[in-house]
Design a protein around this ligand. Structure first.
Ligand SMILES: NC(=O)c1ccc[n+]([C@@H]2O[C@H](COP(=O)([O-])OP(=O)(O)OC[C@H]3O[C@@H](n4cnc5c(N)ncnc54)[C@H](O)[C@@H]3O)[C@@H](O)[C@H]2O)c1
Ligand SMILES: [Zn+2]
Length: 363
């Protein structure tokens, strides 16, 4: 199966291919490119060294984890490419999770002003989210993903066989984004995920394929409409206004999925308090997050004032007010006067946080 992604604003397109065998993929691209380098992390290299055996392909290994999204790693990758005489006719293939994809994309977009890039996502997060949409980047001392580019790959190769070796906690990270897609855009996806086995990979191939394909379609459609995040793309930020503030509050030591899990619940509560979301739908969101263990932060203490101050730094804010992308109902983000963000007074945000935390007290 092949999905074609059009970028009208950029007058370009690329393909998302499902289940192509890795050796075929390399053979096909060797005919096209003079030099190919594969960027991966040491975990993936260890697990899949059989597919990296081709002697004519250069392999660049980085350490797994968020710390590799740094200027230092970027410089090291660039030095490797220069030493091996890479040029504009060369190809960089990012085989890995979001870390490898984000830094690989950033290197490809700036090396000699841009070389071809192909994503082979191996984590659930990278399959349903980070490999699509063209955002690349690294972190610095001021925060996450603050330096980067918008740069599309030539292809994305999706092969869900990689998920067999993905640790459970990483599957949970992907499920958080999958639930988000259901809430912002697709009620039937939400209902399907409500019904499936808690252990994602225990579900039938057809169900897993459907869920992955639905998520990819949602992200592709949204970024096709608004590549540079001037309006519609902010819907992907549901749960992330509070989620990012929680990540910062916990000094990035808590998992992204746990932070946006609680973030989605509190933002749903805000929507309920301003009389958008019904109580029944709020409870459905709470139940699905609980089912997939995405409310682990519910009894962890945090400073609400500090959290609000972090939210004030959010990119969506226009004035001093905090802006959210909030659902009207499951499957639909509220739109007013053509805009997808809603400014919410601080006292409502504080009430929503308190109410949610109270719901879990002594339980
Ligand atoms: N560009 C975007 O639009 C976008 C969107 C969402 C997230 N992100 C970024 O993506 C990153 C998170 O992505 P992630 O969750 O994939 O993290 P990750 O790349 O750190 O991967 C998570 C862990 O799983 C391991 N792993 C990956 N695939 C594996 C496999 N098949 N088998 C066994 N282990 C495997 C990795 O080695 C790592 O230890 C963050 O840096 C985030 O900022 C970017
Ligand atoms: Zn996220």
């Amino acid at each position: 199966m092949v999905t074609k992604v059009l970028h009208r604003q950029q007058k370009s397109s690329y393909q998302i291919k499902f289940s192509e065998n890795f050796n075929n993929f390399i053979r096909r691209n060797k005919k096209k490119y003079e030099k190919i380098a594969i960027l991966t992390d040491t975990n993936i290299y260890r697990l899949y060294n059989n597919i990296f055996k081709d002697n004519n392909i250069l392999i660049i290994k980085i350490k797994p984890g968020e710390k590799s999204k740094s200027r230092e790693t970027k410089t090291n990758i660039e030095k490797f490419l220069f030493k091996n005489k890479f040029n504009r006719k060369s190809l960089l293939v990012a085989v890995g999770g979001g870390v490898v994809g984000d830094i690989g994309g950033f290197v490809a977009s700036t090396f000699m002003r841009g070389i071809d890039l192909i994503h082979v996502p191996t984590s659930l997060v990278s399959i349903v989210d980070s490999s699509i949409g063209g955002k690349t980047g690294i972190n610095n001392e001021f925060g996450k993903n603050l330096i980067g580019t918008f740069y599309n790959p030539k292809e994305i190769i999706i092969n869900k066989k990689f998920l067999r070796t993905l640790p459970r906690k990483e599957i949970r990270q992907g499920l958080a984004e999958i639930i988000k897609y259901g809430i912002i855009d697709d009620k039937s996806l939400f209902t399907l995920v409500e019904r499936i086995d808690k252990d994602f990979l225990n579900n039938s191939t057809i169900i897993i394929n459907t869920i992955i394909a639905d998520c990819i379609k949602i992200k592709v459609t949204i970024v096709e409409e608004d590549f540079k995040e001037s309006n519609k793309r902010v819907v992907l930020n549901f749960g992330h206004t509070i989620g990012h503030a929680l990540e910062k509050h916990f000094l990035y030591k808590r998992l992204h999925g746990d932070c946006i899990g609680l973030g989605m619940l509190i933002e749903s509560k805000i929507s309920y308090l301003i009389e958008q979301l019904s109580e029944n739908e709020y409870l459905r969101i709470k139940n699905i997050l609980q089912k997939f263990d995405l409310l682990n932060l519910k009894s962890t203490k945090f400073d609400i004032k500090k959290l609000i101050n972090y939210m004030k730094l959010d990119k969506k804010n226009k004035s001093n007010k905090i802006a959210f992308a909030l659902p009207n109902k499951i499957g639909l983000i509220k739109q007013k006067d053509g805009l997808y963000v809603t400014e919410i007074p601080e006292k409502i945000i504080i009430s929503a946080i308190r109410e949610v935390l109270n719901e879990f007290k002594n339980k």
